[in-house]
Design a protein around this ligand. Structure first.
Ligand code: SF4
Ligand code: SF4
Length: 560
């Protein structure tokens, strides 16, 4: 049986498993394959290529090709590693004043093959803020990312070129901008469209004995990461993930769900305030950074409708670097918070200067569900074989937080707590079924404290445009609207396991609702950890309280 592999865009058929070096030679593809011994004894290979299935960099001479392997020979990452290898060898040669012939050869390669310090692949890597990137060098022109972006309703991507040179490019139309949702990355079969990886940075943090590491996992990840390990779709694997985090070396296992309970309380207070004392209505949720970017770029005039509440990962990250650090006597500067998210736009959000607390990022690095699965596999951690583990007590969360990952979940959580704030008692029935499900727009009327509220829940930018028009035509049409960029909400996020499908997303959603219904504590205002942090935040000066709980927005230009 023949074996089919792909090197960059070129399909190659071989008759048996072989080393990549051999296949490259047979196909007259040049790659300088030095294995140089440094004076320290370490061997440096120059024939580095990218195994596109997992982003691993490996020497071609050590890589045996198996069926359907995809190799990035000129991918941005492979070229970056090859350039670094040549530079290391050059430095060693200069230091030890040896082998002038080899030095000349390397100088030639660095000058002619890697002359630009920002040199990337055949096509430069196009970065969408800190969220996603397009490495068109390995693009096979399948159009899936273009369709995904069209489905979202943004149309930022298109294909250029013909035949084998067909590749993805970003739109230069000044009226169109990427919102960093990552749906293109969740639909690309060859990682040409992909998240901007922070695996390396997280590995460095985990190996630094001076640092205090905190990991916090988003609501959705626990119901989807199992797909990478053969589990049933929607299976809640949070307890195994808690064990896996400790095996990777994280010192404190907390949870973005705790942050979601803080967000719910802050947002519910604002909703109750706007309802009772008048404020810009309808109020919009703001915990999806792709949606916030959508408003800031496409509808800046609607910014006052966004709740001022920070998002869950930013609330909990900030809480751990301030209130928790003070309680535990830890220097906040030594803390590194790593979020595990189903989303690429959370990488972008984590780098907002305006969200810093006491001059520090609330979240230092963000890994997607796919990235954490890769890190576990790289460390030979078989998730399904692990014993259940426990969350550290500062990560405690309510059922209301667990449903944040599903479209309608943020609204349902906020309504549970807003009802408590307005009526002074808990609701008898906590479920708001009308706002659940996969539909792109859901509308409902709910009664809180004797007042009928018209609410809506939308996913995908196409539906956001529809609701924006409705709100502009009739500002009183709604009181409260939840928006999420991805199909089904965060659970269908751009950082989730590939391949993506609505059927899978619907099953993952069932997993989240069953976590909620199985919990004793199902309302954010019952969470003692979130409540204690809120009391702390509210006891601070106005400026610091703002830094801990709230944010502001501003119109954005293309690329910002
Ligand atoms: S991140 Fe989202 S908006 Fe940006 S190109 Fe990809 S699918 Fe389109
Ligand atoms: S999905 Fe990937 S391979 Fe297909 S066109 Fe887009 S970037 Fe290229």
């Amino acid at each position: 049986m023949s074996i089919q592999v792909r090197v960059d865009r070129q399909k190659i058929e071989i008759q048996e498993e072989k080393k990549l070096t051999e296949v490259l030679k047979e196909n007259k593809i040049e790659l300088l394959d030095l294995a140089y011994k440094l004076s320290s004894g370490e061997i440096v290979h120059t024939d580095l290529v990218e195994d596109l299935a997992n982003g691993k960099i490996v020497p071609a001479s050590e890589l045996t090709l198996t069926d359907r392997m995809r190799i990035g020979l000129h991918s941005g990452l492979a070229r970056q590693h090859r350039r670094e290898a040549f530079q290391i060898i050059k430095k060693d040669l200069l230091k030890n004043n040896q082998n002038s012939e080899l030095l000349e050869k390397i100088d030639h390669v660095l000058k002619f093959d890697f002359s630009n310090p920002n040199d990337e692949g055949i096509f430069p890597v196009h970065q969408m803020a800190q969220a996603a990137e397009l490495d068109a060098t390995v693009c096979i022109g399948c159009n899936k990312c273009v369709e995904a972006c069209q489905r979202v309703g943004i149309n930022y991507l298109k294909l250029e070129g013909e035949g084998r040179s067909k590749h993805v490019v970003a739109s230069d139309d000044p009226t169109i901008d990427c919102i960093f949702c990552g749906q293109c990355t969740a639909n690309c079969p060859v990682k040409s469209a992909r998240e901007q990886s922070q695996i390396q940075q997280v590995e460095m943090v985990l190996h630094d004995p001076e640092l205090v590491t905190i990991v916090q996992m988003a609501p959705s990840v626990r119901a989807s990461v199992g797909e990478e390990f053969g589990a049933e779709v929607g299976q809640n694997l949070e307890k195994k993930m808690f064990s896996a985090f400790r095996k990777l070396g994280f010192q404190h296992v907390f949870d973005v769900n705790m942050g979601a309970d803080i967000t719910t309380m802050v947002e519910a207070e604002e909703l109750a305030e706007r309802i009772s004392h008048g404020g810009k209505m309808p109020m919009f949720t703001s915990c999806c950074p792709a949606w916030v970017k959508f408003v800031e770029f496409y509808y800046p005039e609607m910014i006052p409708h966004l709740t001022e509440s920070r998002s869950p990962q930013i609330h909990s990250g900030g809480a751990y670097k301030t209130w928790w650090a003070e309680k535990e006597g830890v220097d906040p500067k030594t803390i590194r918070v790593i979020s595990i998210m189903p989303c690429t736009s959370k990488k972008y959000e984590a780098r907002h200067e305006k969200l810093k607390v006491d001059g520090l990022w609330p979240v230092d690095y963000v890994l997607t569900t796919r990235e954490i699965a890769y890190l576990l596999k790289k460390n030979d951690i078989d998730l399904m074989a692990l014993e259940d583990g426990e969350l550290d007590s500062y990560g405690e969360y309510s059922g209301a937080a667990a449903i944040y990952g599903a479209s309608g979940g943020v609204m349902e959580s906020a309504l549970r707590t807003a009802a408590f704030l307005l009526e002074g008692k808990d609701l008898e029935k906590l479920e708001f079924e009308q706002v659940r499900g996969m539909e792109g727009i859901k509308k409902a009327e709910v009664v809180l404290a004797g007042k009928t509220l018209r609410v809506a829940v939308a996913t995908l930018a196409t539906n956001m445009h529809t609701l924006m028009k409705e709100v502009k035509d009739n500002p009183e049409a709604y009181h409260y609207i939840e928006f999420m960029a991805c199909p089904g909400g965060c659970i269908g996020g751009g950082g989730q396991p590939i391949p993506a499908s609505d059927e899978k997303t619907a099953k993952r959603i069932e997993g989240l609702y069953s976590i909620d219904s199985s919990m004793k504590m199902r309302q954010a205002h019952q969470n003692p950890v979130a409540k204690e942090f809120l009391e702390y935040a509210k006891s601070q000066s106005d400026d610091r309280k703002f830094e801990l709980l709230y944010t502001h927005y501003s119109p954005k230009k293309k690329g910002e």
